[in-house]
Design a protein around this ligand. Sequence first.
Ligand code: PLP
Length: 358
Amino acid sequence: AYNFNAGPAALPLEVLQQAQEQFVEFENSGMSLMEMSHRGAIYEKVHYEADNLLRELIGIPSGYKVLFIQGGASTQFAMVPMNLLRPGTTASFVATGSWATKAIQEAKLFGDVSIAASSEADKYNRIPSISELNYASDVAYLHLTSNETIEGTQWSEFPDTGNVTLVGDMSSDILCRPIDVSKFGLIYAGAQKNLGPSGVTIVIIREDLIVEPSTPVPTMMRYTTHAKADSLYNTPPTFAIYMMNEVLKWVKANGGAAGMETRNREKASLLYDFIDNSNGFYRGFAQPGSRSLMNATFRLGSEDLEKQFAKESEAQGFSGLKGHRSVGGLRASIYNAVPVESIRALVSFMRDFQSRNG
Ligand code: PLP
């Protein structure tokens, strides 16, 4: 199938095949990696290799910790304010779409929230420009969502926030391109788009932010707990981390973050150029300057036509093109592992669909 699912998403075929080979018996150990102690040398090697590869490929400077946490990025919506919001301080958010909104709602459970900028009036079809951002210099942190998976928008550059801690939800575009980690105090990302299967969430946190919260926070929800134990405080999701490690090796073999960017730009241009040249039959949802390299959202002339597109494409082996139920329309999620051949096949289907319905 041509896999355009938004998440969990396509994984590199080579990685799945490799995992299949190693599934029952891992490296002549007589057992599956899934059956082994997370305190044993074999698993620990995988665990630290994944940590090192993330550092190398994302370009994480010294002075940052990488944590492997369960509960998905949705749990980080709570953990970030639980750990970084102090009584009497405010967290500021850039309201860019559905996922930013969820992060905002969750933070409100723990303290005061301000909105630094919002594109709600434009139905979240754009990322506010850096000059629109307006937040007090004493906020606990400024939170942004680097890629809005549902609306299909993506930040093209990140603000310099000086002394204000910048927090980024990079769940749907981590490792799709090189980034400057040093602009951020904390980055989090669920693995299930660009890094592997669901089950592990990575948190990249600057060491000065790893401090005991001033209010009672459950042990498992404190960054200090996971940082002190190198993410081995309790049983980590060993299989998900093993799979992530294999995906990272694949990213490295394919040119790292820069290689991913070249590949992703080629894929995204193929699709957006086709949409822009379809004489209005297909209409991109996101404003051109805010278009995502990872989730291309588009509309057709009517909802009936969109339904027909979703149905016919599914029948022809294109999986996951129906837009998110909250916004409708169509969406092709074209994460790192989606090969350019899948985009070519999709464009060819779209051309054919237009010729039959245009
Ligand atoms: N943030 C973004 C940008 C996402 O795309 C998603 C899931 O799609 C989430 C957060 C929530 O992630 P999880 O399902 O891991 O909780």
